[in-house]
Design a protein around this ligand. Structure first.
Ligand code: PNW
Length: 469
């Protein structure tokens, strides 16, 4: 096996858990097999002009057929846990109503394979693949979709609850609501104001209803995954500081305030002018949304810096919900990944400490995604020398260790991603995997980062005297 000696392994406390993460639409393929219904991402990716080079998840990594090989890669990697998502349209092709037995069977096989390999499944219920039938009836703009999600959550909890300890209701509701219904870069590709704000609220309601169903089914460890941003102001000028507050409201507070503090964000009126009238909010929603969680999942990739800027559209009624009078700047004089994202590990420490200070009652934190996209190629020696990714992972794990040393309760870390995969609107151009995928042959090749991560996990077990696997 290749020996990767640098950089040194970060030191995490005993009991810290290591994992890797994926999502159904990004890896499974088999889009029309065994009774799966279409999701908004099937329709979106098949619409010309929506994804880079017209990429779709029709085949992706063909994980649906190769899951045994992928679980073997996880076992060899030595992870404690594997975070994957269930495709709602495999279980309920219409989103609600008739259950698809062959879809249920697939995740039985996957979960059993993981357990046999000694790997704890961490299940995400919703990683963006809304059944298209529900989008046709209004999607996340309407409360009925949250009710359908509760039905789906109950079905999954009932079927898999005996074997799954850790449940994540939603992945990055920010992206579902605002990238999907306001920016339009993600499915369903809408550009709305009120629609996106209603979507954000209904996603939170869906989360609350699902937590209820999971608890009723006896689930032990229940949480949600947010992509919280560490947002800097471009300057100390009052206008830039106000812009930062609006960005903070849009990216963070709209989620963390109801989930962790039982209230709506303080600055929504100045962020969305007349749009945030909350017509979609019902009495009792905050109690539902703010029910206690066992953990908070955080996905972190990069910090952002914002300055005040003119709105793109003058009339507040005509604006999308992301048109908040803010421009994003990039003053970070550091390396950037192929996504164009600056590499600033200290921002992760700052973010974790912020959450800890702002929400002293916050449940323990898991990093549910962190990783970098690099221009990975198979070298003449047959290996993938992704030293930049190794550096990224090492520095961010050190940032996590720093936050823990400062008193933040972080329980575990998932590298994004196990495999190179369908990177949404960016198609197959961006490679995030610890394992390289050749899309022509679907051959998997572990990269240097895979070997490094395995070494880290092995060293951690030896140092903390946890039994090796
Ligand atoms: C996260 N954006 O997503 C997701 O949870 C993963 O599915 C994804 O592969 C990973 O980060 C890497 O990007 C994002 O365009 C994807 O704004 C795109 C955006 C934001 C988050």
């Amino acid at each position: 096996c290749p020996h990767v000696s640098s950089p040194p392994f970060p030191t995490l406390p005993a009991g810290f858990r290591f994992g890797a993460a994926t999502a159904a639409y990004q890896i499974e393929g088999a889009h029309d097999e065994d009774g799966r219904g279409p999701s908004i991402w099937d329709i979106f990716s098949h619409t010309p002009g929506r994804t880079l080079a017209g990429a779709t998840g029709d085949t992706a990594c063909d994980h649906y057929h190769r899951y045994r090989e992928d679980v073997a890669l996880l076992r060899e990697l030595g992870v404690d846990t594997y975070r994957f998502s269930i495709a709602w349209p495999r279980l309920l092709p219409q989103g609600t109503g008739p259950v698809n037995a062959r879809g249920l069977d697939f995740y039985d096989r996957l979960i059993d394979e993981l357990l046999a390999a000694g790997i704890a499944p961490t299940v995400t219920l919703y990683h963006w693949d809304l059944p298209q039938a529900l989008e046709d009836r209004g999607g996340w703009r309407v409360r009925e979709t949250a009710e359908a999600f509760a039905e789906y959550a109950a079905l999954a909890a009932d079927r898999y609850g005996d074997r799954v300890d850790r449940w994540i209701t939603l992945n990055e509701p920010y992206c579902s609501a605002f990238v999907g219904y306001a920016e339009g870069r993600h499915a369903p590709g809408a550009e709305e104001g009120r629609g996106a704000l209603a979507a954000a609220h209904h996603l939170l309601v869906a989360h609350g209803l699902a937590v209820c169903e999971l608890r009723a089914a006896g689930a032990r460890d229940v949480g949600i995954t947010l992509n919280l941003d560490r947002i800097h102001a471009a300057s100390d000028r009052p206008a830039d500081r106000a812009a930062r507050l609006r960005a903070e409201t849009l990216h963070n507070d709209i989620w963390t305030e109801p989930l962790l503090a039982g209230r709506y964000p303080a600055h929504e009126a100045e962020t969305w002018a007349g749009l945030a009238d909350g017509a979609w909010r019902l009495p009792g929603d905050l109690d539902l949304i703010g029910a206690p969680l066992d953990f908070l999942g955080i996905n972190f990739y990069r910090p952002t810096t914002v300055a005040a800027a003119p709105h793109r559209v003058a009339d507040p009624e005509q604006r999308t919900a992301v048109d908040i009078g803010v421009a994003e700047l990039d003053p970070y004089g550091t390396r950037h990944t192929t996504m164009g994202w600056p590499v600033v590990p200290s921002a992760l420490t700052e973010l974790l400490c912020d959450v800890h200070v702002r929400y002293p009652q916050s449940p323990p934190i898991w990093i549910t995604e962190n990783g970098s996209a690099e221009a990975d190629i198979i070298a003449p020696d047959g290996r993938v020398h992704d030293g930049d990714r190794v550096g990224y992972l090492a520095d961010h794990l050190t940032a996590v260790a720093d936050a823990i040393a400062a008193g933040v309760d972080v329980r575990g870390y998932h590298a994004w991603s196990l495999l190179d995969n369908f990177e949404w609107a960016r198609g197959y151009d961006q490679r995030f995997g610890l394992v390289h995928v050749d899309y022509a042959t679907l051959t998997r090749t572990p990269k240097d980062s895979y070997h490094w991560y395995r070494g880290l996990i092995t060293a951690h077990r030896a140092r903390t005297e946890e039994p090796a696997r």
